[in-house]
Design a protein around this ligand. Sequence first.
Ligand code: IYR
Length: 254
Amino acid sequence: VKIALSIKNRRNLVATKDVYIEYDSEEIPALPLDLKHIPLDFSKLSTEESLKNSEEFYKLLNQRRTVRHFSTQPVPKEIIYNLIKTAGTAPSGAHTEPWTYVVVSNPHMKQKIREIIEEEEEINYKKRMGKVWITDLKPLKTNWVKEYLTDAPFLILVFKQIYSFKEDGTKKIHYYNEQSVAMASGILLAAIQNAGLVSLTSTPLNCGPALRSLLERPNSEKLTLLLPVGYPADDCLVPDLHRKCLEDIMICFL
Ligand code: IYR
């Protein structure tokens, strides 16, 4: 499909083979109009394999813990790239893939990120979060000092893209960008666990704009999640929390 933008009447010409159709720019889809539909690449598992895989995957993910004490032991960047490729397999509204993963291992950048976050978090803890929130967090022993931001070998900052631009300069709407990035983040956490690494799902309050400008991301992107990724510190403790059982999270109509 060739697209020609006529400046004069602000209409677009779409050529499919030798037929020219005139469209208003709003009528041109973000994906190619003649997008092919191909056979699904699918290998069917036996019921036994399916049951076994589902159990094993559950056991693997049930081992995942939020870790706040990281080792400084390095992680090969190729592992991180694979994790991000995996996150990028998530479904997205109209296949807009509305995510940017900023990967930071540069020590100066990690230090700057830590400074921005600790400065804001101190205000959050002391003024913004309020009594009830602070009380609810007490058992988790969190505070505004975040060594993990400089200890962890990698920080992954997940940005959601609210919109982008098509090749012709018109705005591309990123439908369901919130849900798409949430799904991708879940897949990213699963991939981190599968790679034998740990992370912390941190959502630095009020730090979005400062981190966005530090990392040179455009206005159309918003920070949704910051994940330190690496190995746990040797003496790492985690709160003794337990998960709800199946009966408490599922209601069936079988
Ligand atoms: N963002 C802060 C506070 C915090 C909030 C919740 I909800 C937590 O589950 C844990 C921490 C921090 O990272 O310290």
